[in-house]
Design a protein around this ligand. Structure first.
Ligand code: HOZ
Length: 425
């Protein structure tokens, strides 16, 4: 028995499913999750000493690779001054200044501890601002595990095939309306049905929790137009795309301004951090200025801020990192597409910037319904093959593959060879 197997056996007795987040359990791909001991650059090493080239990247934040020396040093230095005060710090102001400088639509920003928290707080702010209750979300988009958003959600919920989570009272989701991603008509229909009732439309500008699904041309522009027309707050959930598609995230990449934006782990360089921010008149609804209550002892934690500031500063100083990363990723994903085609398959390779997903379906994947046509057993087979080659992909079809600035051409060539190997077995 390997150490990972022994740990998993023990873990399932102590932790639901043996994991602290469902997707880690390998439930849809089979086998035992690898218990990771350490990570450096593009490699993760498990407790048995096996090394894997990592394409999870902690679900996004490791855009510079694991254990980056600048971030590590910033964290160690911050730890020397204590771990948490529950009081205001200079670093929080520095972080807010950094983010609002980089992102033109952020007049103000509030730190929280995760993407889930960021989203539920942004929605509360939008509801407080508009005095309306209803929100529109898109099927297959995932905005964390808060009650109101677990309606036809992506990520682990989609992998588990659960349309709505148990334990969520009906009252919590009665104001959550579902639309079809990339289908403006479905959004227009909801506005027609509930004129003057919709507080917010929340969207992952690039859906990355039903696998990667890019926005169709005009989709995000259409959402912007409809929200402006109806006095509705447009929320971009940039937990995955923020500081990943470019310094200004999807807003910059697609040149669309949202009213509120939510961020997650990438702004903490992997530490538990999230944030929401946007227009001053909405953010000034948040307490202690306004009547929308939201709080947190660990929000703006000094160590987490040190990590995030180090990562964002580095990215701000070297924006060319994004050009190189996006170019390299584009070429890599296109080569996978070519290999798949050459091998005689019609599978779909979706990608934007440094995130991508291979879907095992002939149907173009543009929304929740088409993503679900992917043969997940085939994905599981592919995942296991790649793991045997020392390549750690996301252990579920409906997640993204994340590339980082640390992945070299040589690393990617190794992966392409493995893909070829899989296709020609
Ligand atoms: N899709 C999730 C990240 N956005 C996967 C990570 C998790 O749930 O643990």
């Amino acid at each position: 028995m390997t150490k990972s197997e022994a740990l998993f056996e023990k873990a399932v007795r102590l932790i639901p499913g043996g994991v602290n987040s469902p997707v880690r359990a390998f439930g849809s791909v089979g086998g035992t999750p690898r218990f990771i001991d350490r990570a450096d650059g593009v490699f993760m090493t498990d407790v048995d000493g096996n090394r894997y080239m990592d394409f999870i990247g902690s679900w996004g934040p490791m855009i510079l690779g694991h254990n980056h020396p600048v971030i590590r040093e910033a964290v160690i230095k911050a730890c020397e001054n204590g771990l948490s005060y529950g009081a205001a710090t200079e670093r929080e102001v520095e972080m807010a200044e950094l983010m609002t400088d980089i992102i033109p639509t952020l007049d103000m920003v509030r730190m929280v501890n995760s993407g889930t928290e960021a989203v539920m707080s942004a929605i509360r702010a939008a509801r407080g601002y508009t005095g309306r209750d209803k929100i529109v979300k898109f099927m297959g988009c995932y905005h964390g595990h808060s009650d109101a958003l677990l309606v036809k959600a992506g990520s682990g919920v989609m992998t588990a095939g659960i349309p709505d989570s148990a334990g969520v009272p009906k009252g919590c989701t009665q104001d959550t309306l579902s639309a079809v991603y990339n289908d403006l008509d479905s959004v227009e229909a909801l506005f027609a049905q509930y004129p003057d009732e919709i507080a917010a439309v929340i969207v992952e500008p690039v859906a990355a929790n039903m696998g990667v699904v890019p926005p169709a041309e005009g989709f995000l522009e259409g959402l912007r137009r409809l929200c402006t027309q109806h006095g509705t707050v447009l929320i971009f959930d940039e937990v995955i795309t923020g500081f990943r598609l470019g310094l200004q995230g999807a807003q910059g990449y697609y040149n669309i301004d949202a009213d509120l934006v939510t961020y997650g782990k990438i702004i903490g360089a992997g530490m538990p951090v999230g944030a929401y921010g946007g227009k001053r008149e909405i953010m000034e609804m948040v307490s202690p200025v306004g009547a929308v209550y939201q709080a947190g002892t660990l929000s703006g934690n000094p160590v987490a801020m040190a990590a995030g500031i180090a990562q964002l500063t580095l990215l701000k100083q070297q924006p060319e990192i994004y050009d190189r990363l996006n170019e390299k990723s584009d070429a890599f994903f296109e080569k996978i597409r070519e290999e798949v085609k050459k091998a005689g398959y019609s599978w779909q390779m979706n990608h934007v910037g440094s995130i991508g997903s291979l879907f095992f379906t002939e149907t173009p994947v543009t929304n929740y319904a088409s993503a679900k046509t992917s043969d997940t057993a085939n994905y599981a087979d592919y995942f296991r093959y790649m793991l045997e080659q020392g390549i750690h992909l996301a252990p579920a079809q409906f997640e993204a593959m994340f590339l980082s600035a640390a992945h070299t051409e040589e690393n990617l060539e190794y992966v392409l060879n493995a893909v070829r190997g899989y296709l020609n077995r």
